[in-house]
Write a protein that binds this ligand. Structure first.
Ligand code: PLP
Length: 386
């Protein structure tokens, strides 16, 4: 099976990990701060907090922004469940904003309309979480302008989008948000096995997230409420978690980050070939907004409803690991209990009936990609295998 995504681990990556295994600190050593510094330099943010997953990163950023049982968080229904789950983990309420049919990202116009209605009803969100689907940035400037009018905070779920750009800035610069979250799961752009990171330009948020990552404990005398009792002394100041990344993971991350630009180039090359192959056919691709460069974590196509399932099954039967990113979150049984109505999200519903993701990853061969294109474009019902 040709998977939809997979990691590219080099001999240098392996050597970097082995180096940590032969050394002194498997965790809480020097590699994690070094990885944080490299990523924040790459993305142009002031601070970065490495954690054990993007899910933890989302949870920490929401908590640091004060999201609690009285809060309301809005995101897109077309994302991985973790984006919304992290809000529920803070005890908050979640609602969804419908997507744009061309970019598949949260629709800024739908957001604006929903905000106007919410204001009349007296419950505007405390936090909005745009997700850069497939690696293409949302229209952050517009969302940022709305945040100033309606007074909400912004976390960018950029789990797909490290290496992407928006208005000549790297995704992660946090120019138009409070925090940006990256994922380093093996299917994502660069990997640490499991892992994630939160970027921010705000020192008070960075400080809170660093505390919450490790049990709410500080060992820095300048952060303590009293003069230390002795050299053994540390303080727990908040109820935190063990969300730490290991040095083994960080070493892999540092090594992978050096290859990020090369990964983005090969993903863009693959995307360009798909786009060329599908132009003038029934297969619709993701519109690339002006001012964005996608990292192409996913290559999503859409095919009209009555052809999608058959085509999806045909590709799977031919050994092409197509997938659907994503089932609208409100359709999951756990979320249905919370009472969302599918008719409130007509574009997400249409997307769910039409979309699927094709293989895209740096080591995808030209022959395999041509095979995917050939199988996809062959007439329905035409099942010859070779
Ligand atoms: C992968 C992903 C996450 C979760 O990432 P983990 O590192 O696996 O926790 C969150 N949001 C989106 C959009 C993702 O694709």
């Amino acid at each position: 099976m040709i998977p939809y995504g997979r990691q590219d681990v080099s001999e240098e990556d392996i050597d970097a990990v082995v180096g940590v295994l032969r050394g002194e600190n498997l965790t809480q050593g020097e590699k994690v701060p070094e990885f944080e510094k490299s990523v924040s330099q790459y993305a142009g943010s002031k601070h970065a907090i490495a954690v054990n997953s993007a899910t933890s990163a989302l949870h920490l950023s929401y908590l640091a922004l004060g999201i609690s049982a009285t809060s309301l968080v809005w995101t897109t229904p077309i994302t991985f469940v973790a984006t919304a789950n992290a809000a529920l983990m803070c005890g908050a309420d979640v609602d969804f904003v419908d997507i744009d049919p061309a970019t598949f990202n949260m629709c800024p116009l739908a957001l604006q309309e929903k905000l106007e209605t919410a204001k009349k009803l007296g419950r505007v969100p405390d936090l909005v979480v745009p997700v850069h689907l497939a690696g293409q940035s949302c229209d952050m400037r517009v969302i940022f302008e709305l945040s100033k009018i309606y007074g909400f905070r912004i976390v960018e779920d950029a789990s797909h989008a490290i290496g992407g750009r928006y208005l000549d800035r790297p995704v992660g610069s946090c120019e138009f948000s409070d925090c940006t979250v990256f994922s380093f799961h093996p299917v994502k752009i660069i990997t640490t096995g499991e892992g994630g990171m939160v970027l921010t330009n705000k020192p008070e948020l960075a400080h809170r997230m660093a505390l919450l990552r490790s049990h709410g404990i500080t060992r820095r005398p300048d952060e303590m409420t009293q003069i230390p009792d002795g050299p053994w002394y540390y303080q727990q100041q908040l109820l935190g978690f063990n969300y730490r990344m290991t040095d083994i993971q960080a070493a892999l991350g540092i090594s992978q980050l050096k290859r990020l630009d090369e990964f983005i180039l090969s993903r863009n090359k693959i995307a360009a070939k798909y786009n060329k192959s599908f132009s003038g056919t029934d297969i619709k691709t993701q519109y690339q907004s002006e001012g964005t460069i996608s990292s192409h974590h996913l290559f999503i196509v859409r095919l009209e409803k009555n052809l999608r399932k058959e085509t999806f099954c045909k590709l799977r039967d031919s050994g092409v690991g197509v997938n659907l990113h994503y089932i609208p979150i409100y359709r999951h049984p756990f979320y249905q209990l919370r009472g969302y109505l599918a008719r409130d999200f007509p574009q997400a519903e249409k997307y769910y009936n039409e979309a699927f993701s094709l293989p895209i990853f740096p080591t995808l061969t030209e022959a395999d990609q041509s095979f995917v294109v050939q199988r996809l474009l062959s007439p329905p019902g035409h099942q010859t295998l070779f």
